[in-house]
Design a protein around this ligand. Structure first.
Ligand code: ADP
Length: 650
């Protein structure tokens, strides 16, 4: 034996100690020898030295061998213990063995010492290895049992033999419910037979399978697992079990799915924006082409009066078209920013329907289509509270679409009343819309035809604006249609009726009182020369004195030194903007009417101007009729337009 054995010998007799050492040396046993002849030395040595073997006398003067054995077994059970005694009877020897002694050697048979030492030492070695292996096994089984990943062991037929705590926690099954079952107990039914066969083929051929399962817990909830399944081999390489190690990846999988959906949405929105830009460019350039082209032709001295009138009409028509596209784009941006507000007022829906009917009848006549409006209520009962401007935009858009997409037949529009709900309809006998596009066309920029060969103009914004407006007004908008069979667009609105008396009283109360006063002084604050020239031209039929300020600061100055009756205030101007100028002017001219006139056109812009003290708001491009009616209203004058010439000073 090569190893040095560290021996503790408990013995009171010095010559016995020497005898033992001599015997061991003679047999070439390599050892370190520690001697103790009393209890204290014995315990001290065990506590402080690494001891491989204890040899002990049975009878000692102040201590007994059986106590020494007891102490060793209680505190150092792995150290073999051999008695060497001259007087040990057979009974005592057997009892000692039962109490844990490894062996005993009688002093008169001391030749047994060396084999006894070797045997005790070897047995201790084996025991140590066993203890070590048990510890390792215990450690491994704890690791598997407490692993955060699911671990399942099956037999060769795939029947579950073991499932760790993580599996039970994740799936909600008890160990008892899983043992003896097939792992398909977790199946959500999404994996195909083909995929399961491929899995078995892989592990059946001794290889590892990696993949994902979308499984179901005991409570029916679905979860995602990333799994590695591999065969467990015996010493000679035969598969004896299968081991599945699985990780719950539900969170990351869901995050991944969300990311993919967001990416697809972003790509779609990108695609839609590109299509939008493409369309918008086309829609803007088309009227611009007519405006630019015909404007330059107006200078031609050889034009006949008819040609001149025709070209002017085309310019006006194209300008209106351009303005409506720009208005749509602004509306979409305002809706998207969540800033679209509704302004509820009294609206007579019969009067509104009749007006739209009149306005659209020219277009319908051009295409030889019958256009008709039918009302459901008597005129006096048709006063409701709603946002009249938005309702007009919605109906206009639907009726114009009807005319655009119909080549023969009719357009009928109107409303009915069911259960306190108004249901408006616009019915046409046009090209119709395929079922799969019934929802799509309400999305921004979506058109049934989106190719370059598009037959019908349009930006694809009208219906999404209309739906947003209907929803803001508390209703729903949808379409019923079949390809080639015409369409019916329907929308609901809450029926909030105003009694005829109330609407009448209101109109009387708010009607302006006109007085006949001449030579009013109007200040136009406008930095753009072309806009100023246009305004003075539009107002040239009125007997007004018009002063000009080139910026807000000049407007304040002029109001200080002149008796101004009304201000037309541009908003975006150099030096001082119109908001600030209005505020400063109203500090010393309380009650002066300031009308904001601006290319800013949203509800928010209007609100801001009113908050600064403006009495009204008109957006560019300015329509002559509207401008003059506002001036009349706020000057509270009654001027016969045709009898006056503008008296302009700049
Ligand atoms: P635009 O008319 O400017 O294209 P809309 O948002 O108003 O935009 O309409 C979107 C699409 O819905 C149209 O391009 C067309 O394909 C379809 N559509 C709308 N109204 C009708 C209708 N009355 N008949 C057939 N198709 C229609």
């Amino acid at each position: 034996m090569e190893k040095v054995i560290r021996i503790l010998h408990l013995e009171d007799n010095d010559s016995d100690s020497k005898l033992v050492q001599a015997k061991l040396k003679k047999a070439d046993v390599k050892f370190d020898y520690f001697f103790a002849d009393n209890e204290a030395d014995y315990i001290n040595t065990l506590n402080n030295k690494e001891i491989d073997l204890i040899l002990s006398d049975y009878h000692l003067p102040d201590y007994s061998g059986s106590d020494a054995l007891l102490f060793a077994k209680n505190n150092f059970p792995q150290i073999p213990f051999v008695f060497i005694s001259g007087t040990m009877g057979e009974d005592v020897a057997i009892e000692s063995l039962l109490n844990g002694a490894t062996d005993y050697v009688l002093k008169n048979k001391i030749e047994r010492l060396v084999p006894a030492v070797y045997r005790a030492f070897n047995e201790a070695d084996v025991k140590k290895a066993q203890v070590k292996a048990e510890k390792e096994l215990h450690k491994l089984s704890l690791a598997v049992e407490q692993s955060p990943n699911s671990v399942i062991i099956t037999n060769m037929e795939g029947i579950i033999e073991y499932a760790n705590q993580a599996t039970l926690r994740l799936t909600g099954y008890s160990s008892h419910e899983l043992i003896g079952k097939n792992p398909r107990i977790f199946s959500s039914g999404e994996k195909s037979e083909y995929e399961y066969k491929a899995l078995w083929k892989t592990i059946g051929s001794g290889k590892e399978w990696k993949g994902e399962f979308h499984n179901r817990k005991k409570n029916g909830e679905l979860y995602w697992e990333s799994a590695t399944i591999s065969p467990i081999f015996d010493d000679i390489g035969n598969t004896i079990h299968y081991l599945a190690i699985k990780q719950d990846v539900t969170d990351s999988k869901l995050l991944n799915l969300e990311l993919i959906a967001a990416k697809e949405k972003a790509e779609e929105s990108d695609h839609l924006k590109t299509a939008f830009l493409h369309n918008i460019t086309h829609e803007i350039r088309t009227p611009m082409n007519a405006i630019v082209g015909f404007s330059s032709l107006l200078k031609d001295p050889d034009l006949t009066q008819d040609q001149y009138d025709h070209f002017s009409d085309l310019i006006i028509q194209s300008s209106d078209q351009l303005l409506s596209i720009i208005t749509d784009i602004v509306s979409i941006a305002t809706i998207e920013a969540g800033q679209e507000k509704i302004a509820k007022n009294n609206c007579n829906i019969n009067a509104l329907g009749a007006l739209i009917n009149r306005q659209c009848s020219f277009k319908a006549k051009d295409k030889n289509i019958d256009l008709s409006f039918s009302s459901h209520l008597a005129d006096d009962d048709a006063n409701i509270i709603t946002d009249e401007t938005k309702l007009t935009q919605i109906l206009n858009n639907l009726v114009y679409n009807g005319i655009k997409f119909t080549s023969r037949g009719h357009i009928k529009f109107g409303y009915t009343l069911n259960n306190k709900q108004l249901e408006f309809f616009v019915e046409d006998t046009g090209i119709g819309i395929p079922t799969e596009m019934h929802e799509e066309i309400f999305k921004r920029f979506r058109q049934v035809e989106s190719t370059n060969t598009r037959k019908y103009g349009g930006s694809g914004l009208g219906l999404s604006i209309s739906r947003a407006y209907v929803e803001l007004l508390g209703g729903k908008l949808w379409v019923e249609s079949a390809l080639g069979k015409g369409s019916v667009f329907r929308f609901t609105l809450p029926f909030r009726q105003v009694s005829a008396d109330v609407s009448q009283t209101k109109i009387t109360a708010s009607a302006p009182v006109f007085r006949n006063v001449n030579h009013k002084i109007l200040l136009v604050a406008e930095d753009e020369d072309s806009n100023f020239v246009l305004l003075t031209y539009l107002l040239s039929g009125l007997n007004l004195t018009i002063l000009r300020a080139n910026n807000g600061a000049e407007a304040v100055e002029i109001c200080h030194s002149n008796d101004i009756d009304l201000v037309l205030m541009d908003i975006k101007m150099p030096v001082m903007d119109g908001y600030e100028a209005t505020k400063q002017i109203l500090r010393f001219k309380t009650g002066l009417s300031v009308i904001a006139q601006t290319a800013y056109s949203t509800e928010a812009d209007r609100n801001k101007a009113i908050a600064c003290g403006c009495c009204d708001f008109i957006s560019k491009p300015i329509k002559k009729d509207l401008l003059i009616s506002l001036i009349f209203k706020h000057l509270k004058v009654n001027l016969p337009i045709n009898n006056f010439n503008g008296n302009i000073s700049t």
